[in-house]
Design a protein around this ligand. Structure first.
Ligand SMILES: N[C@@H](CCC(=O)N[C@@H](CS)C(=O)NCC(=O)O)C(=O)O
Length: 285
């Protein structure tokens, strides 16, 4: 493949673009097949996969439960590599065909929620939790929306070209490594002044940002820890490790995880005891 490309007058979908996930990329929306979604016994039905975007809801649910809220949920695995996100039932819950998606059946009428940031805000407002101090709400929302706008540069930009593209291309890797490091510096400077993103309170902004940049700082994303010199962001490191140690975060990371060490995988979650089984696996070695 050469790096030169002359775009045609009109783009057409002639061939797969190559790289990981090429087989599931399509330029059209909507379902590809009929498939109903399963529904469990709890008020909240989460349809997800433990990618950084997918982890956010699992972490918040586990934090809500740990804090004593009535936030019981069923978490169902959506395997995006197999195209589950294009099933008719999933598209009914998220017309954008991306995980995570939530069906809130706690009220009289089921409510669908898609976009991970909207799911976090919907649940946090419902339970009045992890929103931070009222006087810091605007700051909290600013960081939450910062994550939603910034992470595509990390995932769709840096991660795609560094780890998933069919070949290593200097221009996009440079461009997105530069932007990713700038974002890490933005976080590092903020966390030099504050314990959490908005102050002393741990909020949904921390959850959203940690799932992307915390995992990156802890060396769990794209095998890029050395390349991006993530340990040099000392304040991000301190914050990432502190959040990583929270028991609810440890559980939340496992929800709908279908890759990685077997003891960290929990394909579906329907009950708190589902995690104990994984712990037993771990103890058994
Ligand atoms: N802005 C969306 C992004 C969701 C997203 O990109 N999900 C990815 C996995 S991390 C996905 O479902 N990809 C499947 C596909 O593109 O077909 C959110 O935060 O919920």
């Amino acid at each position: 493949m050469t790096s030169e490309y002359t775009p045609p007058k009109v783009w057409t979908w002639d061939a797969e673009s190559g790289g990981r996930f090429a087989s599931i990329n399509r330029p059209i929306a909507g379902p590809t097949h009929d498939k109903e979604l399963p529904v469990g016994k709890h008020p909240f039905q989460l349809y997800s996969l433990a990618t950084p975007n997918g982890q956010k809801a699992g972490v918040l649910f586990e934090e809500l439960l740990a804090a004593g809220h009535d936030a019981e949920y069923d978490a169902w695995l959506i395997n995006i590599g197999d195209g589950d996100q294009f099933g008719s039932g999933f598209v009914d819950v998220n017309p954008n065909s991306k995980i995570p998606a939530l069906l809130d059946r706690s009220g009289d009428t089921p409510v669908r929620v898609f976009e991970s940031g909207a799911i976090l805000l919907h649940l946090a407002e419902k339970f009045g939790a992890f929103l931070g101090k009222p006087e810091e709400r605007a700051e909290m929302l600013s960081w939450l929306f910062w994550q939603m706008g910034s992470a595509p540069y990390l995932g769709g930009g840096f991660g795609h070209f560094y780890a998933y593209a069919p070949s290593k291309m200097e221009y996009p890797i440079n461009r997105f490594a530069m932007e990713t490091k700038r974002q890490l510096d933005v976080l590092d400077r903020n966390l030099a002044e504050r314990k959490f993103m908005t102050g002393d309170d741990y909020t949904i902004a921390d959850i959203a940002i940690w799932c992307w940049y915390g995992n990156l700082a802890l060396g769990r994303q794209y095998e890029a820890a050395e390349f991006l010199d993530v340990t040099s962001y000392k304040n991000v490191q301190r914050w990432a490790q502190e959040i990583d140690a929270r028991p609810a975060v440890k559980r939340g990371r496992m929800v709908n995880k279908a890759t990685g060490p077997i003891e960290e995988q929990l394909h579906e979650r329907h009950d708190a005891s589902d995690f104990d089984l994984r712990t037993q696996d771990k103890l058994a070695g």
